[in-house]
Design a binder for this molecule. Structure first.
Ligand code: CA
Length: 223
């Protein structure tokens, strides 16, 4: 039986224009009333996750920066250091290989960027050599510490709520969601998901984005 649902935000709760799905919001509120724990994990920053949690009414802790920081009970819990990502980001920016994005001013454990020209591969390689990782969320690239991913967020929730993987359902649309796809976890992707992610999913919703979220949340019992 599913007890906890962990959802990606961009491309999963939101449509290609980044508008949040009202059907998904209503479905989240409904399943929480039925006793299901719902959490969100995004590459976005704590202030955004704070807003989503507050205004949607998500009760569980929520995760920013691909699992790098958690927000709960008016407290921010950063699990990784900013030092490595910031140092490499500053160097690559000076070399003209990438550009930062607006939300970097609120980041605590990672940096987000758009690679210049053909530098995406070289940036990934340089990061690897410095024990960092890069990931493309489909909206921007992220420079992260090793082990900093949404799977880390999933394991935190598993620990906080003392659950088995089999009691957790995860849903996301892009490659930075893949670390949540642990063995025994129920893996769901919306119809708009990356093809590679669809191949490893247990369920592909008929509808895309937030309509897909509503579809799966309102049918949890039949899974
Ligand atoms: Ca996404």
């Amino acid at each position: 039986m599913i007890k906890l649902v962990l959802l990606d935000v961009d491309g999963t709760l939101t449509d290609p224009g980044r508008l949040i799905s009202l059907r998904a919001v209503e479905a989240i509120r409904k399943v929480q009333k039925d006793g299901i724990t719902v959490s969100l994990a995004s590459g976005n920053v704590i202030p955004v996750m704070y807003g989503l949690k507050t205004f949607i009414g998500v009760k569980a802790p929520v995760f920013a920066e691909n699992g790098g920081a958690m927000f709960q009970n008016d407290e921010i819990f950063p699990f990784f250091s900013m030092e490595g990502p910031k140092k490499l980001f500053d160097r690559l920016e000076k070399e003209g290989k990438l550009k930062g994005i607006l939300s970097n001013r609120w980041r605590l454990t990672s940096m987000a960027y758009v690679p210049s020209g053909e530098y995406a591969g070289e940036i990934a390689e340089t990061a690897e050599n410095e024990d960092l990782v890069t990931v493309d969320s489909g909206f921007s690239w992220h420079l992260l510490n090793r082990g900093q991913d949404k799977g880390f967020a999933l394991d935190k929730l598993k620990e906080i709520y003392s659950l088995d993987y089999g009691e957790i359902l995860v849903m996301g649309d892009s490659y930075n969601d893949a670390p949540m796809f642990r063995k025994d976890v129920v893996k769901v992707v919306p119809a708009n998901a990356e093809e590679g992610l669809k191949k490893v999913a247990d369920h592909i919703t008929k509808e895309g984005n937030g309509d897909g979220v509503a579809e799966i949340l309102l049918n949890l019992r039949s899974l």
